[in-house]
Ligand binder design. Sequence first.
Ligand code: SF4
Length: 241
Amino acid sequence: MADELRLTIDGQAVTVPAGTTILDAARAAGIDIPVLCYFEHTTSNGLCRLCVVETEGARGLQAACVSVPRDESTIHTRSESVERARRTILEMLASSVDLSEAPDLGRLLEAYRARPERFAGGEERRPALLDDNPMYIRDYAKCVLCWRCVQVCAEDAQYTYAINFTGRGFHTSIGTFYDKPMPQTTCVFCGQCVGVCPTGALKGKREFLLEQGVAPEAIFEVTREPRRGRRRGAGDEDAAS
Ligand code: SF4
């Protein structure tokens, strides 16, 4: 196998190490491909299909984040079928999910001249907001099923496995086993899922309450669990004096 891939991306000659994905090869050439589920620090799964590209001679479109091209491939990242596919994905997302806190997607909707109204009248995903712990809320009406939170909760970071996909088809969502409240799961409240969520579906409780107009003193009360049965230590005397 050759050590290098010699590619042509959007008419530009690019040479990258063997095994490089189309996304990374395009980035090396300064070509921007939009992403949604892809994240530098989690395993790529090609779920959202927003990064699709067209490779001459290949069937269908390829998810750039997971596809490794053959040597001497000619790839188009802005062909008509690529643009149409991305536009349709964006339209379907915007017509069914609340993207009000996903500014990157808002910019892409504009850039691709997406018309979510084409799917008006279809079903919208609007599950009730879940507020079951002192640390963060889950508003899955804003969830685009990118899977980043599931991955950091599992092998990509925390090995906690508190959340996973649940349901099927349009009604697929992220949930806990048997829909248990988060404090009854294996969640250790590390906050990594909140950190990687691109749409505001997961949000720190303090941020959420501040947005609701709750006073900081009141927030302090609801986000602190009183310590029970804590033994006194040397530092306590210092603090008391
Ligand atoms: S909750 Fe956020 S991070 Fe998790 S799948 Fe939904 S959008 Fe992605």
